[in-house]
Ligand binder design. Structure first.
Ligand code: NDP
Length: 273
């Protein structure tokens, strides 16, 4: 598979989305967050994933504006969280745009499915039509959520952002979304560091001459996902960007595919009220 740091997927509405992004959940102080984004852009990342609940949209926007890169060279995702319906979503989106202080977001997601999701979506479809976001999507939607959602909405979500790693190998969801042209995006791809010392991951890393974190990112990329590892440290950001010069072969992929244990660092969306 020919993957490069500037590789992109084409979403179902034609918008191109970089395969690798920087997550900024708990990225630290405003200064730390801005530094992390600067290092990431220097390392070749062109995609930042934020949300109002991370409290750093302002810093993301500032880092994008101060980067010296054209706005259309950086893909920015933010999300709507706990918005109870149409009006609340419009308000939340306006607040995000104001915080970010950029003209448009590239991808706007429903953060968790336990909201009035169809009413939220109506507002999001309008923003899409108005050009204030280039693509709209969902997050933490299971097969059950996606199926019901597709029956109720007009615009098919471009992306479903979910927790995904070899230890939570959501193969059925991946196939289900792929068949419906919904791009799956992996959050917490590094298991927040909790499975990086797994002996089977370490063994693959040794074989490939890379680090366990790189193995997990590369595995998700080779499964066709967009991947958004978070780090606030320069050396790790560079490490996470360095996943394009070694392929993982089919035997190694099979080893990693066998590690599923339904391990999650975030709540299971099926357990939400
Ligand atoms: P990750 O799996 O990306 O892990 C991040 C943790 O791993 C941090 O503690 C980081 O520490 C550490 N780390 C990063 N790189 C390495 C490395 N190469 N080697 C060892 N440790 C490393 O977890 P996240 O939960 O942050 O997920 C990534 C992003 O996904 C989030 O930042 C957010 O943008 C998004 N997300 C979305 C959710 C949703 O509901 N839609 C839920 C959760 C996350 P350090 O910073 O010190 O390097």
């Amino acid at each position: 598979m020919d993957l490069r740091i500037d590789s992109k997927v084409t979403l179902n509405n034609g918008v191109e989305m970089p395969r690798l992004g920087l997550g900024v959940f708990k990225a630290g102080s405003p200064r730390d967050t801005r530094s992390a984004i600067r290092w990431a852009l220097d390392a070749g990342f062109r995609h930042i994933d934020t949300a109002p609940m991370y409290g750093n949209e302002k810093d993301v926007g500032a880092a994008v504006r101060e980067s010296g890169l054209a706005r259309d060279e950086i893909f920015v995702t933010t999300k709507v969280y706990e918005a109870a319906g149409y009006d609340a979503t419009r308000k939340a989106f306006d607040a995000s745009l104001k915080e970010l202080d950029i003209d448009y977001v590239d991808l706007y997601l429903i953060h968790w499915p336990n909201v009035e999701r169809v009413a939220c979506w109506k507002a999001m479809e309008e923003y899409l039509a108005e050009g204030k976001c280039r693509a709209i999507g969902i997050s933490n939607f299971t097969i059950r959520h996606v199926s019901a959602f597709l029956e109720a909405v007009d615009v098919v979500p471009a992306v479903n952002q979910v927790e995904f790693s070899p230890f939570l190998f959501q193969k059925e969801l991946l196939e289900f979304c792929h068949a419906r042209k919904i791009q799956l995006e992996a959050y917490s791809p590094l298991t927040r560091g909790r499975r990086l010392d797994d002996s089977r991951v370490v063994a693959v890393a040794k074989e490939c001459g890379c680090t366990p974190g790189q193995v997990l990112i590369r595995w998700a990329l080779q499964h066709g996902l967009v991947v958004i590892p978070k780090s606030s440290r320069k050396e790790r950001i560079e490490e996470n960007a360095g996943v394009f010069d070694f392929p993982i072969d089919s035997e190694q992929i099979a080893v990693l595919d066998s590690l599923n244990e339904d391990f999650r660092v975030c709540p299971n969306p099926e357990d939400l009220p």
